[in-house]
Write a protein that binds this ligand. Structure first.
Ligand SMILES: CC(C)(COP(=O)(O)OP(=O)(O)OC[C@H]1O[C@@H](n2cnc3c(N)ncnc32)[C@H](O)[C@@H]1OP(=O)(O)O)[C@@H](O)C(=O)NCCC(=O)NCCS
Length: 243
């Protein structure tokens, strides 16, 4: 996926509104309320003194067109940004081990046909990837007993149908994820373009905000958190198997 300029412009527009509403400095808002730091390939430490981050901020001092500086800067940084601490990848899915003892599931588009990875035609392939992933967990991580995920994607029926009922039943709204794709990803299609249908309601709500209360509610979809035992996943994918 090639992230479009519009995806960055949208985040910068959000950041400028957060500055207006909060009175916080722009540099802090860009770090805490956008996905830029991650997209520049700087990891997840969100170190305000990272030399590349400082280089980006220095460029802002010499322009009054923040959009025109940011996207070319991103293009100079073009790099694959995998989620942190990935143990293994199976097509669109990968997993990491969290320090609090969970298998953390991650999703990104790796569908080779050009179809949506969430298309019904790809359902069997996604299920097979998840079955393989949980076989790997069974062999390689016998001590890990629970699975957790956080994403806007858990709002979407085409994504939810890939997971066991107990996992979906545990759903709750996660804390704000302003720095992360599990929130910002809702504005993207599989090619990296911005979904205009999501942008209009977002900007309309943002323009009505008078303070920072409920700023997360401007996003059409919230990041949702889910969790369930590993054994529920293994049982679910075995029961879905076509013999
Ligand atoms: C997930 C992703 C691949 C979907 O993009 P896409 O394949 O172009 O999406 P499509 O428009 O073809 O839609 C596929 C299905 O998802 C639904 N959908 C996708 N994005 C949606 C959105 N923002 N809101 C509501 N529904 C959405 C569509 O309605 C469709 O469902 P249907 O088949 O039941 O009608 C894309 O959003 C993406 O790559 N996002 C960035 C990565 C990301 O967010 N990763 C999660 C990090 S945790």
């Amino acid at each position: 996926m090639t992230f479009s300029k519009a995806f960055f412009d949208l985040q910068l527009q959000f950041a400028q509104n957060v500055v207006r509403l909060s009175g916080l400095p722009l540099a802090q808002v860009l770090l805490d309320y956008t996905n830029l730091y991650v997209r520049f390939g700087l990891g997840r430490a969100f170190d305000r003194d990272h030399p590349v981050w400082l280089q980006y901020l220095a460029g802002l001092q010499h322009t009054d067109d923040i959009d025109a500086w940011t996207y070319p800067f991103f293009l100079t940084r073009q790099c694959d940004v995998p989620p942190p601490s990935i143990v293994a990848t199976f097509g669109c899915f990968s997993y990491a081990l969290s320090t609090d003892g969970y298998i953390r599931l991650h999703f990104q588009n790796a569908e080779a046909t050009g179809r949506s990875p969430l298309d019904i035609e790809c359902l069997a392939a996604r299920m097979e990837e998840l079955r393989s992933l949980f076989q790997h967990v069974d062999c390689a991580q016998p001590a890990m007993l629970r699975v957790a995920g956080v994403s806007w994607l858990y709002n979407i029926p085409a994504y939810r149908r890939l997971f066991p009922p107990s996992y979906l039943a545990s759903v709750r709204v996660a804390g704000p994820r302003f720095r992360n794709l599990p929130l910002w990803g809702q504005f993207l299609d599989r090619h990296g373009a911005v979904r205009q249908g999501m942008v209009a309601p977002f900007l309309a709500r943002l323009s009505c905000q008078t303070d920072m209360d409920d700023i997360a509610r401007c996003f059409p979809l919230q990041a949702l958190a889910v969790e369930a035992p590993v054994s529920d996943f293994q049982d679910f994918y075995e029961s879905q198997r076509v013999v």
